[in-house]
Ligand binder design. Structure first.
Ligand code: GTP
Ligand code: MG
Length: 198
């Protein structure tokens, strides 16, 4: 996959700021600090397109990145950041929900969870919410570099059994540190969106 010209488009805080064109939107969803912004950077092979931080709660708006005029990566704020006030957490939750309910061009949700841990209560809520929306979704077990490579597959299987016992969703490991899984993710995106011609 060779991305030529990924561009930041806008940080939106309300639906009227979302891009009004009809390009498909591929959306990153997941708890704060799970690696959503890093995921975008790794996939498009740029160091600093999306802002990342070791301090959770960095992304507070909905950031749209135009990828070669073919689609947007949409970087949502992370949920469940414990140091955020309850009020702020509710605000972020409302934001995410408003986007997921109002955007007409969502083609794929990429739902990131941490490969090392049981899904959090908020991850389960998000999974149930996404399930009800009927939007196409894949699940990424991220930070795979943090466990032994021989254990990656069994951890992914365990996470799928917990979240998606029907096994009707694609679960894949990923790591922004180890780039070996990147091609597999692009292949999956292309299979889900055959009209994209990335
Ligand atoms: P919010 O914007 O707060 O929702 O966070 P985010 O999900 O966008 O996470 P971000 O990409 O900013 O990454 C958070 C931290 O995790 C940073 O310190 C990253 O360097 C680190 N990180 C991201 N992906 C990986 C990964 O695959 N492996 C490891 N070891 N660290 C990662
Ligand atoms: Mg972020």
């Amino acid at each position: 996959m060779h991305i030529k010209n990924p561009q930041f488009t806008i940080s939106a805080v309300s639906p009227k700021q979302y891009p009004q064109d009809n390009l498909p939107q591929i959306v990153l969803v997941g708890k704060s600090n799970v690696g959503k912004s890093s995921f975008i950077n790794t996939l498009v092979n740029r160091k600093k397109l999306a802002r990342t931080s070791s301090e959770p709660g960095k992304t507070r708006q909905i950031n749209f990145y135009n990828i070669d005029d073919k689609f947007y990566f949409v970087d949502l704020p992370g949920y469940g950041y414990s140091k955020m006030s309850k009020q702020e957490q509710v605000r972020v939750g409302n934001f995410i929900e408003e986007y997921l309910q109002t955007s007409k061009n969502i083609s794929l949700i990429i739902f990131l969870i941490d490969i090392r841990h049981e899904p959090t209560a908020n991850d389960k809520l998000m999974y149930d919410y996404l399930f009800k929306t009927n939007l196409p979704c894949i699940v990424i077990a991220n930070k795979a570099d943090k466990i032994a490579i021989t254990k990656v597959d069994s951890y992914v299987t365990k996470l799928q059994q917990t979240l998606n016992p029907l096994k009707d969703l694609t679960f894949l490991p990923f790591s922004s540190e180890r780039r070996v899984y990147t091609q597999k993710i692009w292949k999956t995106i292309e299979n889900k969106l055959p009209n994209l011609e990335i």
